[in-house]
Design a binder for this molecule. Structure first.
Ligand SMILES: O=C(O)[C@@H](CO)OP(=O)(O)O
Ligand SMILES: [Mn+2]
Ligand SMILES: [Mn+2]
Length: 585
């Protein structure tokens, strides 16, 4: 990775009088005009509540949000782009997500992201020329069937963590390389795609395998499970998720089925599982698991995004691993689709080089000796640290960076939609009064984590809980001389029902019920700068930036803090009506 030289910020006006700037990320709280998309036809649908937001499944607009409403009515309110090319994704059909959103927020620029980089590496063929491919796939032992190549990852075209086309390209590449035996360990999605879409992808995979399998090429599914229950934990929230995956994928331990389709269909019949919650399973052939991982096998984790790939990567490669008993730890040739953590160099081998996100806001502020604060609950803690800092888990300067994690609950979040919003507000407000930082950022997980459950009523409560916390912080901001920048990283709770792409009308299922949506949205996000009358009087939003996105926030923070904004960052969203130095006094 080429790293450019670091950069020294030039401060033209110090933050005096304990002035502070705090960015609040309301995860998954997209903004759409409350009055859009209503038709009389929709209003007449049976069984639906009469409010417009309720009818369209927009939990952000349906929630009681007096504080957010105050912010939205301010002259310093606008929306920002948070999806597609504005955050480095391949196309504007790609919804935003936390990784690309927080990368853009923390780095002040847009980098071509995993989804895009893997596409180009496949199209150019470079993915099959690198060291990792040679060392993991190009091995003699795979060509003479002594060992097996395992591919593990998320089976969908969600393009947040993975894409099914990437899996197909790897399988084709392995066949061309002369590999004879491939075993797949698939995680069902239902979170970046519709909640009950697994069968679509399974049928796609089945017909692909039918086509590609031959006398000399044997590729089959060996194990799997739903992504939120099996393998894809993050930020060490619940290692038992990874343990279940290890048992199914590596040891071949778990409930047996004759095929992937059979597993999903049987499990769904027994209990109304959404895809993401499916328990682990193992495919059995002639009484034996079809594809345990053995000594000297090769293994590729084909998700490109890091947060949920780190723990399984550690479980498969770490010598002194203590997070759960592995029972058996075969020595394998392991590669990730990407390197998931730039500080830990994890994993050592990777197929595609990740974006070289350098000179992040945290780094520049550390160079300028600015005290910083970051806080969230476990589910989003890495978002305001690791993602915010360009996919690095370490700190630039431990003395200047105060990071606080509030442990998340280990229950379905729709059962506690307030999550840890109150605790995050408590700690943040305390740090505001203590003047422990100059520039901080926090994340409220609610709109996103509850949005993913598909539970509309709970999502409405989740947004109200964020609003309550927001109101407390707004009050404290007035009393502690703190400027707030309230923003979101992408939409989610703003569309709890599937909408027709063109007409934006709710799609109904065969029973006349709205089709639930669990994934993120393409919505823009709110952005407000809040605090003093002085600010409102002397600062305005530039009017010539209709396409501004999340990457414009970093410069805006620096601008408000009295720094010159670096020319390699996207420009600030604001302008000062008279001399900046005087206004920021
Ligand atoms: O839960 C996750 O992993 C993603 C969705 O796949 O959500 P977010 O980007 O908000 O973290
Ligand atoms: Mn998010
Ligand atoms: Mn999400």
């Amino acid at each position: 990775m080429t790293q450019l030289k670091s950069f020294q910020l030039n401060r033209i006006s110090p933050l005096s009088g304990n002035k502070k700037i705090l960015t609040i990320v309301m995860d998954g709280v997209g903004y759409t005009n409350p009055n859009a998309n209503i038709t009389s036809e929709l209003k007449n649908q049976k069984g639906l509540l009469p409010s417009e937001a309720f009818i369209t499944g927009n939990a952000v607009n349906a929630a009681y949000t007096p504080n957010l409403d105050t912010l939205i009515s301010s002259s310093l309110f606008r929306t920002l782009k948070a999806h597609g090319t504005a955050v480095g994704l391949p196309s504007d059909d790609d919804m935003g997500n936390s990784e690309v959103g927080h990368n853009a927020l923390g780095a002040g620029r847009v980098f071509a992201q995993g989804a895009k980089l893997v596409n180009s590496a496949i199209h150019s063929g470079k993915i099959f020329e690198g060291i990792a491919w040679k060392q993991v796939v190009g091995r003699e032992e795979l060509k003479n069937k002594k060992n097996t190549l395992h591919l593990c990852g998320l089976l969908s075209d969600g393009n947040v963590h993975s894409h099914i086309d990437h899996l197909f390209a790897l399988i084709k590449g392995a066949k061309s390389e002369g590999v004879q035996k491939v075993r797949l360990h698939v995680l069902l999605d239902g979170r970046d795609v519709g909640p009950l879409t697994a069968t679509e992808y399974i049928l796609k995979l089945d017909s692909f395998l039918k086509e590609i399998n031959s006398n000399h090429f044997d590729c089959k599914v060996a194990s799997g499970g739903g992504r939120t229950f099996v393998t894809m934990d993050r930020y060490e929230s619940d290692w038992s998720i990874v343990e279940r995956g290890y048992q199914a994928h590596i040891l071949g331990e778990g409930r047996g089925f004759s095929s992937l389709l059979n597993a999903v269909e049987t499990l769904r019949q027994e209990k109304n599982y959404y895809d993401q919650d499916l328990p682990p399973f193992v495919i059995i052939d002639q009484g034996k698991p079809l594809g345990t991982v053995e000594e000297n096998d090769s293994f590729i984790f084909f998700n490109f995004r890091g947060d949920r790939a780190i723990e399984i990567s550690r479980a498969l490669t770490e010598q002194n691993f203590k997070s759960f008993p592995r029972k058996r730890f075969p020595k394998i040739y392991y590669a990730g689709m990407m390197q998931y953590d730039g500080d830990l160099k994890l994993p050592e081998l990777f197929l595609v080089t990740p974006p070289a996100i350098d000179r992040t806001l945290t780094e520049l502020l550390c160079n300028a000796s600015v005290k910083q604060f970051a806080c969230s609950e476990t589910q989003k803690f890495g978002h305001v640290t690791y993602f915010w800092n360009g996919n690095r888990s370490g700190k630039f300067n431990a003395e200047l960076e105060n990071y606080i994690e509030i442990p998340s609950d280990l229950i379905p979040f729709q059962e506690r939609p307030w999550m840890k919003s109150a605790e995050i507000a408590d700690i943040t407000i305390k740090n505001m009064y203590d003047n422990s930082f100059e520039i901080g950022r926090i994340n409220f997980a609610n709109g996103d984590m509850v949005g993913h459950s598909g539970d509309f009523a709970a999502a409405v409560l989740s947004v109200a809980a964020v609003d309550l916390a927001l109101g407390r912080i707004m009050k404290a901001a007035k009393e502690t001389n703190t400027i707030l920048i309230v923003v979101a990283d992408h939409g989610n709770a703003d569309e709890m029902y599937e909408l027709d792409k063109k007409t934006k009308k709710v799609i109904f299922d065969d029973n006349g019920k709205p089709k639930l949506k669990t994934s993120h949205t393409l919505a823009p996000v709110p952005c407000v700068i809040y605090n003093t009358e002085i600010l409102e009087k002397n600062v305005s939003l530039k009017t010539d930036m209709p396409n501004a996105g999340l990457a414009n926030i970093a410069s805006t923070i620096l601008d408000l803090a009295g720094f010159n904004t670096p020319d390699f960052y996207e420009p600030s969203l604001i302008e000062f009506n008279s001399e900046k130095k005087k206004i920021l006094k």
